[in-house]
Design a protein around this ligand. Structure first.
Ligand code: PRP
Length: 178
């Protein structure tokens, strides 16, 4: 069995501080508006729960879940939703919440899908951005932290469904030989 070890990238305190800063920016940008928050399951749920408790604007919260083929979606194209929105976003200001943007394929497909529904605006807020892995250009309006091309877990992010509950964000590394 492969051994692995965790290396701390961002502590709970750093994450909380950054989330407060993001919430201030978002609250300022959406002053007086009612934001339709769209979380992308599953990874978003920890970040989303933290973020919305610091927002100073009216919000509606709903979730989508995108079909995952194998470990990653490999092509840009139609977005298959395992779980669709339960709210109508026609004319609404939509803020998509992601834990991480990697190749950008999930997000670009999702945005194309949501645009058809005629929202007033779509913006994106991601806790982590892995720019080095990008395959399609996507605008990410609010980014918590940039990360190198390492496998990250914690704060909602998993490895084979493990580690989502870790309060910090960690790089998952192969264990060093004894
Ligand atoms: C992660 C993340 C994004 C997507 C980003 O989800 O939450 O939705 O991958 O990758 P991309 O930019 O290369 O498309 P994942 O498939 O790990 O599912 P999960 O959120 O249920 O863990």
């Amino acid at each position: 069995m492969m051994q692995e070890r965790l290396q701390l990238l961002f502590s709970r305190e750093q994450i909380e501080q950054r989330i407060r800063e993001l919430a201030e920016l978002i609250s300022a940008d959406y002053t007086g508006r009612h934001v339709a928050i769209v979380g992308v399951l599953k990874g978003c749920f920890v970040f989303l729960a933290d973020l919305i408790r610091h927002l100073n604007v009216d919000i509606t919260v709903d979730f989508v879940q995108v079909a995952s083929y194998g470990s990653r979606r490999e092509t840009a194209g139609a977005c298959t939703l395992v779980k669709d929105l339960g709210i109508d976003i026609d004319g609404r200001d939509v803020l998509i919440i992601e834990d991480i943007i990697d190749t950008g394929l999930t997000l670009s497909n999702l945005i194309a899908d949501l645009r058809v529904r005629a929202p007033a605006s779509i913006r994106v807020c991601a806790l982590l951005n892995k720019q080095a892995r990008r395959r399609v250009a996507v605008a990410v309006d609010y980014v918590g932290f940039e990360v190198e091309d390492v496998f990250v877990v914690g704060c909602g992010l998993d490895f084979s469904e493990r580690y989502r509950g870790l309060p910090g964000i960690y790089a998952l590394l192969p264990d060093e030989p004894a």
